[in-house]
Design a protein around this ligand. Structure first.
Ligand SMILES: Cc1ncc(C[n+]2csc(CCOP(=O)(O)OP(=O)(O)O)c2C)c(N)n1
Ligand code: SF4
Ligand SMILES: [Mg+2]
Length: 304
């Protein structure tokens, strides 16, 4: 990372747990989405959480949620959800709890688990038609351990493990399509900065049985390098520029819930984040910018 870039990163407010003792960074887009999702899901939920930033929400024996919270290793949250669902079903069968006492099983993980380490266990839950909701807050890296790259990291982004002048060499994995290929009950993408779209999708997911997935893009001031006050602006630009399509899969069909007609150039989104600053300074990296734009354009070309 260049000296200039390190200096810019140092100018950002140090709000992460390790810096200040507060559990989450201010302006956390993941927390914004989880908060809104929980407002719709309600209290009758049990969360199964894999290691990541949101783990900091729950410090034994307390959680900010009214229901229960189970903590698992990074790859194991979907397997944990199976155990919790089975236990609830046995209690129901034995008449030890009533239908009114039953809980919705909700997996909550970051992209590191959802796109990578936990994908095999996730695939198994779909084979078994497990009745649960998987929420992935996608901050496009291993946020909790210092923003190393994950398979959700976008092309050319600087992370703590991709520091060259070209950034991350890979391309963001298409988790939505991987889920949809399993033909589950429901898959949707959301973002906290579009709360009505988000609430409608959570209502729908709540009303369906079977494996359901919500992928929430999670603007991350600490890992992406911007002022926490800009989280909503960045979230809205992700949708407007078309880099984060809002869509859902249900009954074998994919529907876009927003189709941005006059998309501003994706660089309007990139320019606000220090993880892409090397694309513009000290000189413009036109090939990389064009590549990112081309991929966004080609995605929308196929959407009617
Ligand atoms: C098997 C395993 N490897 C590494 C870790 C260390 N670890 C804890 S949280 C974390 C990052 C998780 O990334 P993500 O799922 O994207 O969640 P985020 O931290 O971004 O919220 C890592 C690597 C771990 N807990 N388990
Ligand atoms: S590192 Fe990012 S995702 Fe994690 S708490 Fe901070 S802002 Fe949220
Ligand atoms: Mg992450």
């Amino acid at each position: 990372m260049s000296e200039q870039r390190i200096a810019r990163m140092k100018d950002l407010p140090s709000t992460h747990l390790l810096g200040t003792g507060t559990p989450m960074c201010s302006g956390c887009g993941g927390l914004e989405a989880v908060h809104q999702i929980y407002d719709v899901l309600g209290e009758k939920t049990v969360f199964v959480n894999a290691a990541g930033c949101m783990t900091l929400l729950s410090v034994y024996p307390f959680t900010p949620f009214r229901g229960s919270w189970l903590y698992t290793a990074m790859a194991s949250a979907p397997a944990g959800a199976q155990g919790v669902r089975d236990a609830l079903d046995i209690l129901l069968q034995q008449g030890r709890i009533t239908k009114e006492d039953d809980l919705d099983v909700v997996v909550l993980t970051g992209d590191g688990s959802a796109y990578g380490m936990g994908l095999s266990a996730t695939s198994g839950t779909m084979d078994r038609d497990l009745d649960y909701l998987y929420i992935c807050y996608d901050n496009e890296g291993y946020g909790n351990t210092g923003q190393q790259s994950s398979s959700a990291t976008p092309h050319a982004a600087i992370t703590s493990t991709s520091r060259s002048s070209r950034g991350y060499p890979g391309y963001k994995k298409d988790l939505f399509s991987i889920w949809a290929a399993h033909r589950p009950a429901y898959v949707a993408t959301v973002i906290g900065s579009e709360p009505l779209d988000l609430a409608r999708k959570i209502e729908k997911a709540k009303s369906i049985k079977g494996p359901r997935m919500i992928i929430a893009l999670a603007p991350c001031p600490t890992g992406w390098g911007y002022d926490p006050k800009d989280s909503v602006t960045i979230g809205k630009l992700a949708v407007k520029t078309g880099i984060w399509p809002l869509k859902e899969y249900i009954d074998g069909e994919i529907v876009h819930t927003r189709v941005p007609r006059d998309r501003p150039p994706v660089e309007e989104y990139l320019q606000l984040q220090n993880r892409f600053a090397h694309l513009f300074q000290p000189q413009r990296q036109q090939t990389l910018i064009k590549d990112i734009q081309k991929r966004v354009d080609s995605y929308w070309q196929d959407v009617s």
